[in-house]
Structures are given as C-alpha cells and as structure tokens.
Write a protein that binds this ligand. Structure first.
Ligand SMILES: *[C@@H]1O[C@H](CO)[C@@H](O)[C@H](O)[C@H]1NC(C)=O
Ligand SMILES: *[C@@H]1O[C@H](CO)[C@@H](O)[C@H](O)[C@H]1NC(C)=O
Length: 369
C-alpha cells in the first residue's frame, strides 16, 4: 500500500531517482511534477558557459541556514545593476541611477523585504548621508522633473564595511507594476552642509573606467529581494505544514505495482532515501546542496494500531473495521505525518541566483492515517 500513501514531493523524487527503470515519458512527467512543486514552470536551459559566481551575501545566507531577514519570506533573489545608456547621464559618484531587472520574478511572489547593500569606498572620511529614492516617474529633459519617493536615508560613518538601505517600497511597486520600474536613485550628500554633493569617497555606486569586471562584481551594489511564494503563503495561512489529503489523493494512481510483499509486512516507519541531484540530472542548475536526505514512509499499519504509529482516531477505526472485514476497507496508510523544509540555491532561467526555502521536503516522522 505504500504507493497509495507516498507524499507528493517524495513520490516525484522516488520516480526520478528510479529513472533507470522508467520510460522517457514517465520520467518527463515526474520531472514536470517536481518542478511544479518547486514553483517552476520548466527547468532552466542547460548552460554552455560556467554559471556566474554566487554573491557572497547569498552564500552566507545559505550556509548559516538562518531564517531569511524578512518575516514570512521563503525565497531570496539577488540582482545587480543592469548597465544602460542612461548611466552616462550620471557621471559623478555622488548621484547614480541603479536599475534592477526583476521582471523574471514569478507573479505569485510577494515582496517581503528588499535590501540594497553598498560597499564602502576606500578612504572614507567625514560624515555623509546616503539617500535612496524610488524613481516613480522619470524626468524629461526641459519638460518635467522626475517624481522621486524617498525610501531610506542612512548616515555614513567611517570604518563601516557595508551600508544597507531598505528598498522594499520600490520592489513592491515594481512587482505590481513592472512597466513602471524606472530604477532607484542614489544620492550621497555631506551631512553637515545640507544637500551638498559628497566630495569625499563614500560608497561604491558605479564602475570606474579602468576597473575589471571581476573586481567590480565584488564591490558593486547588490539588491537582495526576499519574497514569499503562493505555496508558502497558503501553508502559512493554513497555520501548519500538515500534508493535505487532497495532495495525496492525486498521487494515488500508478505506484502500486512496485511493492514487494515482504515490504508490506514491515511496520510503518521512516526509511532512508538520499536524493542526489546529479542522478536526477539537475546538478547544472542547483548550486547547493548536491543532494539531500528526503526519507520516505513505508510499512504496514496492523491492527491494533500502536501508539507510536501516530495514528488518528479515524485511522484506528479504519484499521479496526479492516481487521473485521478486510474486503470492506483497506488498512490505514503509512504516510509522513511531520515534514521539514530544506534550502536550495539555484540559478533561474536568466542566471540570477535564487535561494529558496522549500517546505515539506524531508520526512521527520511517519504515521498511519
Ligand atoms: C529584463 O530581463 C528580461 C529577461 O529576463 C528581458 O526580456 C527584458 O528586456 C529586460 N528588461 C530591461 C528593461 O532590461
Ligand atoms: C511519529 O511521529 C514522531 C514525531 O513526528 C516521530 O518521531 C516518530 O518517529 C513517528 N513514528 C513513526 C513510526 O515514524
């Protein structure tokens, strides 16, 4: 009965990992199902160039395995400024327009946080202030002034390594009205003399003429966008991460044939299953981890149902009825009763690095339901 009871994610993973014994159509279907569960419409196309380096901030976030620095977020995406002709209109270091193309963010994601981090320049001195504006409407030469909305105002002090400004207001707006993303305006002024352009080094905002691409990448402003996708939002709104019955019901078909009789006689318990992304053929776009312990639940739910089998009252009744009349109703199923999340770092279709926390990916406990 295991197939009838496997959870959606693990079920798709098992199918993929057993790819050797599957025909191409089934394998493709399993991959599609898994991608859907991961909130992606298709796998990123294979790359012929090496992937761009993972930003340090992103790598730290992944390594620390901490919660995202924005409540309710389950996804982190990083963006760099897209260079355009407009850059030439901002020749100074004290005033610059940054444009982040976030058009690839799926429409079901809601912005929960957006941190724009600047590296301090070498040789900072006096007191300055960084002002960050959302360009609500760009100005037109000799016609109209731009409409700017102040997002953040940050005092700059010497000896700081980085400065982080809050750009959430703008990111929210861009996700809602993508056509009206005109970028962010960064201004740096001398603090004690109101609205005077900064004269001394402060933060790095634009690439210098002789600067190598690689050197610039390490110090250029980085936008970290934290979002919550629909699946996570629904799970949060349900209040708990329990597996829904419907999800299981759709998985019932097609997996019964694989089970040997011997397995069925073992008691319901969690069993090891390591999913290696290389086996699945996904190692080119999943940066980390290389694989993970998914586990699965398998085994018999015999009458009388023991306490440690985490049965519901309903499962106890169903098992009882089955023991009296096996033809009337099957035994309860051995399914995951507690699941936990894992974090994955991957490249999206346009080579942006994404860190996502996927719920219900790893079995913690099994039970008869
Ligand atoms: C943003 O990126 C998308 C590809 O993801 C591209 O089609 C679009 O032209 C870009 N927009 C701008 C304004 O650069
Ligand atoms: C029942 O659930 C608990 C907590 O989730 C778990 O530790 C235990 O292993 C589960 N029982 C079985 C048979 O897996």
């Amino acid at each position: 009965m295991r197939g009838a009871c496997a959870c959606a994610v693990v079920c798709a993973l098992v199918a993929l990992c057993a790819a050797a014994g599957l025909d191409e159509a089934t394998r493709a279907a399993a991959e599609k199902q898994l991608l859907t569960l991961l909130g992606m419409s298709r796998r990123p196309p294979p790359r012929n160039r090496p992937p761009p380096p993972v930003p340090r901030a992103m790598r730290l976030l992944y390594d620390e395995r901490n919660a995202f620095p924005a409540a309710a977020a389950n996804t982190a995406r990083s963006f760099y400024h897209t260079a355009t002709d407009l850059d030439d209109r901002f020749p100074g270091e004290h005033r610059f327009r940054l444009f982040f193309n976030i058009s690839g963010v799926p429409t079901d994601e809601v912005a929960r946080g957006a941190d724009l981090t600047f590296q301090r320049a070498v040789g900072t001195t006096g007191k300055q202030r960084l002002l960050l504006y959302d360009v609500v409407r760009p100005g037109r030469r000799r016609h109209s002034e731009p409409i700017l909305r102040l997002l953040d105002s940050i005092p700059l002090r010497p000896a700081e390594g980085t400065v982080t400004a809050d750009a959430l207001g703008a990111a929210r707006r861009w996700l809602q009205e993508p056509k009206h993303n005109h970028g962010l305006l960064v201004r740096v002024i001398e603090e004690d003399s109101e609205s005077k352009n900064a004269k001394f080094p402060h933060v790095r905002v634009r690439r210098r003429a002789m600067e190598e691409e690689e050197d610039w990448r390490a110090v250029q402003p980085l936008l970290m966008l934290y979002t919550e996708d629909e699946r996570a939002r629904m799970a949060r709104e349900r209040g708990e991460k329990r597996l829904t019955r419907n999800k299981r019901a759709t998985q019932r078909k097609g997996h019964r044939a694989h089970h040997r009789r011997k397995e069925a006689r073992e008691i319901c318990q969690r069993r090891p299953l390591f999913v290696d992304f290389a086996d699945v053929g996904w190692s080119d776009w999943i940066v980390a981890p290389h694989g993970y312990d998914a586990y699965y639940c398998q085994g018999d739910c015999p009458f009388p149902l023991a306490d440690h089998l985490n049965g519901t009252n309903h499962a106890i009744v169903q098992t009882l009825v089955n023991s009296v009349n096996p033809a009337a109703v099957p035994k309860a199923c051995c399914v995951p009763t507690q699941l936990s999340s894992i974090s994955m770092l991957y490249m999206d279709e346009v080579n942006n690095v994404v860190l996502k926390n996927y719920q219900d990916m790893m079995v913690v406990g099994c039970g008869c339901r």
